[in-house]
Design a protein around this ligand. Structure first.
Ligand code: 2RA
Length: 339
């Protein structure tokens, strides 16, 4: 029989999506512990026809747990992640707490499965595997197959990030603000402190001393770690846009080797977890709505970068569901690799 699984942060948007993905993919769990903060403890939920009571997360929550899926913020991962590893659990952590720690695998299963080699269930030894940031996952699902063929030397990314990246409350507030604005009422601004509906703004992550925000530097650093290539030059501008649950990203790639757009399109058509939506006649390209609640990342606007010499530059436009492939699906795919 299968592994015992703990879901940490089960009442959050990603926590709920963990359950949806476990169900959709018929994950062979033996048991599930539904874990959350004291505030949510005691809530009842039904999953796959069984009733569960949400338990308060404590260090003892991981006794006998084989796989612990975490998505409750970095401080909870720091406080309980290593305790779970000590108990012998394999932790798949969706927070940013351990992503850049040397020796912690940062994994997109379709991109760098080799990074978690040797980590398997049943060895009695715990481990921690980090889930990359959503905008990194979505970008690299399309950029990596091309990188593998022609070696990306420079990547410029502009992201258009959905409300879901800031949690369920942000999604609710976007809807509430939209209604309020349409009714001529002042918008409720609790999550982002500014109007979000019919607006967009620089990502709400803290600004660092170099003028980038944390979200942008995650893309820079995580790409280098996942590609195991500290020479690749990456820059990013991350924007929050009034979209519910799917990120969109404009990606410009510069290659070491020539790569024409026809070949690039063929590579992407055959890339796992990627669908090409690139119909110039109908002007039909990826949109957040079209990828929402879906597993695949959609890529389009594939074209030679006219600012580059020869065939060494490409522009792409990528959309992916932030809660699913950007978080929960990627984490469950990592868990599947442990089986
Ligand atoms: C965001 N990627 O979209 C971050 C956190 N999930 O805000």
């Amino acid at each position: 029989d299968g592994p015992s699984v703990a879901v940490v942060g089960v009442t959050g948007a990603v926590g709920q999506e963990f359950l949806s993905v476990l169900f959709d993919r018929n994950f062979p769990y033996r048991s599930i512990n539904m874990l959350a903060s004291k505030r949510s403890a005691g809530k009842e939920m039904t999953f796959e026809g069984r009733r569960y009571v949400v338990e308060e997360l404590t260090e003892d929550s991981f006794n006998g747990v084989d796989i612990a899926l975490f998505s409750a913020g970095g401080s909870i991962s720091k406080q309980f992640g290593l305790a779970a590893v000590e108990k012998g659990s394999i932790v798949v952590d969706n927070s940013s707490a351990f992503r850049m720690v040397d020796g912690v695998p940062l994994v997109i299963p379709e991109v760098n499965p080799e990074a978690m080699e040797g980590i398997k269930l049943g060895k009695g030894k715990g481990a921690l595997i980090a889930n990359p940031n959503c905008s990194t996952i979505i970008c690299l699902m399309a950029a990596t197959p091309l990188h593998r063929r022609a070696k990306v030397t420079r990547m410029v990314v502009s992201t258009y990030q959905a409300a879901s990246g800031a949690g369920a409350a942000a999604m609710e507030e976007l809807e509430q603000q939209t209604r309020e604005v349409l009714e001529g009422k002042p918008p409720t601004c609790k999550i982002f402190k500014q109007q979000y509906a019919f607006n967009l703004f620089s990502h709400n992550a803290p600004i660092l001393s170099n003028g980038y925000n944390e979200e942008e530097m995650k893309l820079v650093k995580e790409t280098r770690k996942i590609w195991n290539d500290d020479s690749v030059r990456v820059t990013a501008t991350c924007i929050r846009v009034p979209v519910m649950r799917a990120h969109a990203e404009s990606v410009n790639l510069q290659f070491e080797q020539p790569l024409d757009e026809g070949t690039a399109r063929e590579i992407l058509k055959n890339a796992p977890g990627v669908v090409v939506i690139d119909d110039r006649t109908l002007n039909h390209f990826p949109t957040p709505l079209e990828v929402s609640n879906k597993d695949n990342v959609a890529v389009g606007r594939i074209r030679r970068d006219v600012s580059q010499d020869g065939e060494k530059g490409l522009d792409l436009f990528v959309c992916g569901d932030q809660i699913r492939k950007g978080a929960a699906l990627n984490a469950v795919q990592i868990a599947e690799m442990l089986l």
